[in-house]
Design a protein around this ligand. Structure first.
Ligand code: SAM
Length: 289
């Protein structure tokens, strides 16, 4: 039975193992059973599912996942948490615990080892690497059905906004391209130990069956998007040319923008996903020439 998720059992366990929280790993443990239940409701896990949990911490959410899912793979970077997890997860035989950095895990291989079953991701993400993790999950091409994650409110906002807003960027476009975002629960800072400076949200990203735009080379689309937002204050042309990795000249970029009927002085933050798709398709055809 899940028995963590409150301040006294969490503190007792941390004391028993003399565990010191590591700020560098974004460790804010959940201590609210109500929120844990809401995450489970949002994630819609069944016995058919293989769940990937990123950063199990002391295993609070992992226990709930193990009771509901067919199997769970929990990837934790902090080796000092492993003995604690071995104790808290001992009652379950459907968990694979990996002491690794999620950004270095070969997700494709992991998925193949699970017999190619459909994955769902559920996690209270470490805040310092939320965006790279989400981008990695999407770009890995593992058929994730959904990603239900706790993120800082400000990141949840970035996932949902469109052009012309300060928060708009590569993450907003990746989410739009790959999934439908829905805010499921608002979570006050008081639900964690230690208490973070800002509130959080649980957001569910349900993968699109087909992306909303037609793209000839998806990796190139995201290279174009990243380059466009790397230097926010520069024009789109400068961003794309300065990136150096796109294989296009200034002249080619300017010609393509002209063909699209767009000014040479435009900034990337005004471009919609449709515009980026068109831009990357056109640039992809002329690059290297
Ligand atoms: N799931 C736990 C909970 O809800 O109480 C802990 C969540 S805490 C916000 C984030 C967890 O991610 C920590 O356990 C931290 O050590 C782990 N973590 C941080 N960076 C990681 C990485 N690169 N790969 C895997 N785990 C990581």
């Amino acid at each position: 039975m899940a028995n963590l998720g409150n301040i006294s059992s969490t503190a007792e366990l941390l004391q028993k193992y003399q565990f010191r929280m590591q700020k560098k790993y974004g460790q804010n443990f959940l201590i609210d059973t109500n929120i844990l239940r809401k995450i489970m409701e949002a994630a819609q896990i069944t016995k058919e599912d293989c769940v990937l949990e990123i950063g199990p911490g002391i295993g609070t959410l992992t226990q709930y996942l193990a009771e509901t899912a067919g199997s769970v793979i929990a990837v934790e970077i902090d080796k000092d948490l492993i003995p604690i997890l071995e104790e808290t997860l001992a009652p379950y035989d459907n968990i694979t615990l990996l002491n690794e950095d999620i950004l270095k895990v070969d997700l494709q291989k992991l998925w193949e080892e699970q017999g190619g079953r459909q994955f769902k991701v559920v996690a209270n993400l470490p805040y310092y690497i939320t965006t790279p993790i989400i981008m990695e999950l999407f770009e890995s091409h593992v058929p994730l059905e959904s990603i239900t994650v706790m993120v800082q409110s400000e990141v949840a906002e970035r996932m949902q906004v469109g052009p012309g807003t300060k928060a708009y960027g590569a993450l907003s476009l990746a989410v739009q391209y790959f999934a439908k975002p829905e805010v499921m629960v608002r979570v006050p800072a008081s639900c964690f130990i230690p208490r973070p400076k800002v509130d959080s949200m649980v957001i569910r990203l349900t993968r699109h069956i087909n992306p909303p735009v037609e793209v000839e080379d998806e990796a190139y689309l995201f290279a174009v998007i990243r380059a466009s937002f790397n230097q926010r204050r520069k024009t789109l042309v400068n961003g794309l040319v300065n990136a150096g990795s796109l294989g296009v000249t200034r002249q080619q970029v300017e010609d393509v923008l002209e063909q699209m009927g767009v000014s040479k002085t435009i900034r990337g933050e005004t471009f919609t996903l449709e515009r980026f798709a068109e831009l990357s398709n056109r640039l992809g055809r002329v690059k290297g020439q």
